[in-house]
Write a protein of this length. Structure first.
Length: 64
């Protein structure tokens, strides 16, 4: 199941621009297009290493 989850999160990550910093609000708006539970999805994207968080900004990692 975790493998399928990572694939789905990778698809969501394609909606973000590489190298750009996002606020939590901006990230929530994009994720909400896919699912209303944006808090869990954002946390899982960080957990899988798709996103990195620094202070209050989020950035798509280069490996995605």
């Amino acid at each position: 199941q975790r493998k399928k989850e990572k694939i789905c999160l990778g698809e969501i990550a394609k909606s973000f621009e590489a190298g750009r910093d996002y606020t939590a609000k901006e990230e929530n708006l994009i994720i909400a297009d896919f699912n209303d539970d944006f808090c869990t999805i954002r946390r899982d994207m960080i957990g899988f290493g798709i996103f990195e968080r620094q202070q209050s900004t989020y950035r798509l990692k280069n490996s995605t």
